[in-house]
Design a protein around this ligand. Structure first.
Ligand code: CTP
Ligand code: CA
Length: 227
């Protein structure tokens, strides 16, 4: 990989990576969450640091150890992640949103543990509200001129068509699209993907370590830095 060759093409750059998955609390003991392990985001943070970048890793509920030389900021919910991204992005050359952000959160947080009703009554339906779209917000109002913004999307069915539509809707520069499958994506050590560029580019990354995909993402990000 690039990092094995001791390339320091990201020296002097500040990059922000989000990783893991947000958790949206229902009450003090329960949450709505997802299966993201954080491995791809952590691989992005490690490879960027190896290539000389200053790295801020916004880590949502990942059990992985802190990568050496990386500034790790723990976050819990989508709203906390949004605040942390907007803060860290102010002086960032690039932001890569690898975190799985919950689309919805419970409309109300119960400060005490929710109890079953007496007499075996059916539960009330759970009311949800939308979380802000952090990637779209950042893409539309770049906190720093020339900042490169990238996202990730796991899709099924016509993966590339969904990816192209999502890239356009978000307004980001790059979208890493992977197909959700048995041995891929969630919790896996390896991944395969197509990286779509807003300029129409398409870069296929064959099945392999998440570090390889991470290095390709940084190659494509670095190409897009202004002079
Ligand atoms: N994302 C985000 N804020 C959200 C949801 C998603 O910043 N509220 C980011 C993710 O970090 C990822 C990208 O957007 O980089 C795509 O996430 P995805 O869930 O695929 O996109 P959605 O617009 O939520 O589409 P879908 O309805 O398919 O879930
Ligand atoms: Ca989503």
């Amino acid at each position: 990989t690039e990092s094995d060759r001791h390339v320091t093409d990201l020296a002097g750059r500040h990059v922000v990576v989000s990783a893991g998955g947000t958790r949206e609390p229902l009450d003090p003991v329960r949450f709505l969450g997802n299966r993201s392990s954080g491995k791809q985001g952590y691989a992005l943070a490690r490879t960027a640091a190896a290539r000389g970048a200053r790295v801020t890793l916004l880590s949502a509920n990942s059990a992985l150890p802190d990568p050496a030389g990386v500034d790790v900021v723990p976050v819990g919910t989508a709203l906390e992640l949004r605040d942390a991204v907007l803060k860290a992005a102010v002086d960032a050359d690039a932001v890569v949103m690898a975190a799985a952000v919950a689309d919805f959160r419970p409309a109300v947080y119960a400060p005490g543990k929710i109890k079953k009703k007496e007499g075996g009554a059916e539960p009330e339906p759970l009311e949800l509200v939308r979380n802000p779209d952090i990637l779209a917000e950042l893409s539309g109002a770049r906190p720093r001129a020339g900042q490169v913004v990238a996202g990730f999307a796991a899709e099924t069915d016509d993966v590339l068509a969904h990816g192209r539509a999502k890239l356009a809707a978000k307004g980001c520069d790059l979208l890493v699209v992977n197909e959700v499958g048995e041995r891929k994506t969630f919790g896996a050590e390896e991944n395969e993907a197509v990286v779509l560029g807003a300029d129409g580019s398409e870069t296929t990354v064959p099945y392999g370590p998440k570090e390889t995909l991470a290095d390709t993402v940084w190659d494509l990000v670095a190409e897009r830095f202004p002079e």
